[in-house]
Design a protein around this ligand. Structure first.
Ligand code: AMP
Length: 405
């Protein structure tokens, strides 16, 4: 039997097929350009002799319904599955679970209605997630589907961390508060870090830094999130590829009045034209690091702002937690950029946090400790795997017994 994990974005559908009982990956793929003039569908899988193979098609994909059909065809063509009856459960990444969902849930009509009601909080993401769920429900109503929410892990935040100092009524009436995102990843890497250290997570204060194109930090006490940097939307907090992270909200009023920018232009600016890209015109950290090394001033500034913000969050979360046992770097940048890790930790020596330069430069695809022997706090690089975590949660919620599968 198999578990299928779906991550439906506004214009893409990522999927991964896992084999039970071990949850090894049988295939993974992507349909992109959904609803756009040009589209593509791709699947990576291992053939019978274990060789890595790819099947790829370029073709327009009109909507998510067609994307799911294409995914089914690719899975069959690759030999990854032959019939839908092989699927024991389907896990969906759902971006916004609001205050309703504290953990993954089995999807039924009530769950669908609740996710629908949360659309105003995630207008780009929740509708795409829902389409995926509905199409599967129409085609294979007997397969259990599980929703795994990006926000759920952060629902343990205390009120003083999730409330904004805005009029209380807008929380009551319009649900304006910090929700946080990347929760599946923060929870996954925190648990892996505790396992690696051989200590119960209940005893640990952990700061997790998920640094990819989107980036967020979380303060985790005893396995429970007590604060996180993203807010009501994924805009707040750290500097990101194209998102600004924290800035003075009054800048928006100033730009509206002085530059005549309307809501859509401001939205575009802070979400798509800011962050690393806004500073140096590039949002890929590899290109930025190379350019900075060659003396490009804007690239160096972008890198400096990114790492300085990171360091401020590490410091503030140490204060929030009352000390830290472990700092975890993850995500495309966190796992691969020794420069970012070094710059984010440099200057924290007075707080007992010391990185080992050689260990930090070492490149492994597995979990790795990069602190020096005299550091009071572990610093780990932990590869994240949100799809595997969604597959695990799906198995758990569906009550699938892995040893019998
Ligand atoms: P993610 O969103 O987690 O897939 O991460 C994407 C980001 O990871 C990209 O913006 C890249 O800049 C960054 N990244 C990937 N590989 C490297 C690398 N070797 N060095 C620095 N950044 C990297």
């Amino acid at each position: 039997m198999k578990i299928l994990v779906l991550n439906s974005g506004s214009s893409s559908l990522k999927f991964q097929l896992f084999l039970l009982p071990g949850l090894s990956v049988a295939a993974s793929g992507l349909v992109e350009g959904i609803g756009e003039a040009t589209g593509a569908a791709r699947i990576n899988f291992a053939d019978e002799s274990g060789r890595e193979k790819t099947l790829e098609y370029q073709q327009p994909v009109s909507d998510h319904r067609q994307a799911i059909r294409l995914m089914g065809e690719l899975l069959k063509e690759s030999g990854s599955f032959s019939d839908i009856s092989e699927i024991a459960g389907i896990g969906h990444r759902v971006v916004h679970g609001g205050e309703k969902f504290h953990e993954p849930v089995l999807i039924d009509h009530t769950v669908i209605e609740t996710i629908e009601r949360l659309v105003p909080l995630a207008p780009l993401h929740n509708p795409a997630n829902l389409t995926g769920i509905r199409v599967i429900m129409e085609h294979a109503p007997d397969i259990p589907q599980v929703a795994v929410f990006d926000t759920a892990f952060h629902q343990t935040m205390p009120e003083h961390a999730f409330m904004y100092a805005l009029p209380y009524e807008i929380y009551n009436k319009l649900h304006v508060r910090r929700y946080g995102f990347h929760g599946t990843s923060h929870g996954f890497v925190a648990r892996r870090a505790a396992d690696y250290l051989g200590r119960p997570i209940e005893e640990l204060n952990i700061i997790t830094l998920h640094l990819g194109n989107g980036a967020s930090a979380a303060a985790i006490r005893g396995g429970r999130c007590i604060d996180t940097s993203m807010g009501m939307t994924p805009l707040e907090g750290l500097v990101m590829g194209t998102r600004s992270g924290d800035f003075d909200a009054a800048i928006l009023f100033y730009l509206a009045r002085e530059a005549g920018m309307d809501i859509d232009a401001l939205d575009r600016m802070v979400n798509r034209q800011s962050g690393l890209k806004g500073i140096c015109g590039e949002n890929d950290m590899r290109t930025i690091t190379e350019a900075a090394e060659k003396g490009d001033d804007r690239a160096r500034l972008a890198l400096d702002i990114f790492c300085y913000r990171l360091k401020k969050y590490i410091g503030s979360y140490m204060a929030a937690l009352g000390g830290v046992d472990c700092i975890v770097f993850t995500g495309g940048i966190g796992e691969n950029s020794a420069v970012v890790r070094m710059k984010a930790c440099s200057g924290l020596e007075a707080m007992g946090i010391t990185i080992d330069h050689e260990r930090n430069m070492g490149c492994r695809k597995d979990i790795m400790a990069i602190h020096s022997d005299d550091s009071s706090c572990a610093i780990l690089v932990v590869p994240t795997d949100e799809e595997l975590e969604i597959a695990r949660q799906t198995v758990k919620v569906c009550g699938i017994r892995r040893e019998n599968s």
